[in-house]
Design a binder for this molecule. Sequence first.
Ligand SMILES: [Mg+2]
Length: 386
Amino acid sequence: MSPPDKIAKIETFRVPPRWLFVRVETEQGIVGWGEGTLEGHTEAIEGAYKDLAERFIGWDSDQIQNIWQHAYRSRFYRGGPVLMSALSGLDIALWDIKGKRHGVPVYQLLGGRVRDRVKVYGWIGGDKPMDVVSGAEERRAQGFTAVKMNGTEGADWIDSPAILQKVVERVRGVKAVGLDVGVDFHGRVHKGMAKQLAKVLEGVQPLFIEEPLLPTQTEEIADLARLVSTPIALGERLHSRFDFRPYLERRAMDIAQPDVAHCGGISELHRLASYTETYDVAFAPHCPLGPIALAACMQVDLNSPNFFIQEMSLQIHYNQGADLLTYLVDPLVFAIKNGYVEALQGPGLGIEINETLVREAAAIHVSEKAWRNVVWTGPDGALREW
Ligand SMILES: [Mg+2]
């Protein structure tokens, strides 16, 4: 057995538009990239990496499961968005290293692939859904066959029923362009509105409705799942198998949307694909983030029988100052044709990061304020969900 190739260095890079890249280097000089972006909480993740670096430098980079278990279990507190996003970035980088060491894509290390290409969808309409028809036409011209948009802007606990019909009209408009459309409720509407919105949308058959309520409302989401036939998608704010468990046991979801940068990386995303399969739940990883997160998702998508569609952030409204392809040496790896992206071919994650550009962008960005989401209030001045 060859001696272990130990982790020598762990660095983070805060780069536009709102991403946190992780670079891990081994003693033998293999470099792996990960993404531990937690939108709006960048500094918290940077802090978490002080601990991860202190703990895992000097560990055998091949022992991903052992490192994952120690990162997850050895500090008493576990789970949640901050700790799991930090662990995600480290885990993704270690899989990249392992693939590069063996000269194969990560999906080969997971057992090979069950498909040759990955179906994808893009975003339209922005935070407050506008111009969705022209957005849909643009995405169709780019090769997409499916898109996602926000259902409503901020809404009151009980709002005017007039807002509901506008959502239906937008869905009709997008479908008339010839695209399937998922509608993200974004946890913005509360139960009294969400059940009405789910009901009126049922007739126009969106591809799915997403986060129909906040992730605190497992039982109420299960009620919605029984109320309408539309597939219910959620999972971006669930951070491990343990968080998914009550939704699965209560039959509250049809489509699992774990986010590889928040759920524990490739290791946990792969486990979640199998776990959700046992409940006949489809698998559609959430990914409004950067190219490293997307490549990590695709490695698992290629291997997972219950996968059906992958989110990608090309020209998403958050991508100000840099876009999905900016930091790639070869942006063609994510080329879209007839709604699909071909299987990644290169070793590890199958993408090559332009390190010079990442270092330059991070050096400029470090003195700038990290990205924050907008905060919405209603006409009465009270906070509304974003
Ligand atoms: Mg969402």
